[in-house]
Design a protein around this ligand. Sequence first.
Ligand code: UDP
Ligand code: MG
Length: 323
Amino acid sequence: MAPTRPEPVLSVVVPMFNEEAVLPLFARRLRVVLDGLGEAYEVVAVDDGSTDGTPAGLAALRVGWPGLRVVRLRRNSGHQAALVAGVLRAHGRYVVSIDADLQDPPETIGEMLRRARADDLDIVYGVRDDRSTDSPFKRWTAGAYYRLMRRLVGKQVPAQAGDFRLLSRAAVEALRELPERSPVLRLVVPWLGFPSGAVTYRRQERPAGRTKYPLTRMVGLAAESVTSFSAAPLRFATWLGLAGVVVCGLLVVLAVAAWLAGATVTGWPSLYVAILFLGAVQLLCLGLLGEYVARIYTAVQGRPAYFVATDTADERHRPAEPA
Ligand code: UDP
Ligand code: MG
């Protein structure tokens, strides 16, 4: 059945998890921007299993805003999974993803769209030129993350580009072809190799609510980013093992020398060191192996990264009267 409304030019994908505090503010600002563009658009709000007033807030917003579409995931699946869910379900010629917390200014969306059309780009990154509102710790960890990613994935990964970006329909379809269930978008997107550009924006402070990226989640994202793109840590484990062998060889020579000199008691500290060192190296290598085994395990399971419970867009495809 044909959709009753024309396909939108622009889809704006917004993952949100327990964002009731900032939702009204965000919706007001976003709507002003989008209505001002003069294009057919849809907002795909992905409710990532919120447990607060977010679903109710979205339902209320939908009453007076036909452009708002709500995709509800059955359970909290994480920022990346929610993003992928929204991007793959979006209908627009261009798909912009943006956080709900107003740290990415909605006003920049128009500029992204203009850039994409003017230069015929498939990807336009939002690049943060100023993170002075982030804590020094957040800035330092983010800097280290981007340096590492550029080394592992390649120079095409733009520094300081998060998940505020525009994708063309072609880029979205390329993403759909990937076998991965939950790709790390900010690495996979540059890897696709489409013509891309960037617009800079100033990272704003969160006006309400709090960050859902505590340290544990940041470490998780970093570990997944590395193991999804590089086997370098495995090679590192091999080198570490080799270095351990060399050091142990030296210790053996020392021990033999001490024995020849008749000072046998001196043997025990070196034994102690060798055991500690070997134990540490083995544990580290096991841990690294474990990271990849875990990745293979989840890949082999092939479980979807998210379940869509409801999508308000599906309602208009349903026939009004039973046939
Ligand atoms: N988010 C989500 N699911 C989660 C965690 C976060 O959809 O499990 C959303 C969140 O509502 C926000 C965006 O992802 O719109 C970015 O999260 P947050 O602002 O907490 O991260 P930060 O900006 O601090 O890195
Ligand atoms: Mg944020």
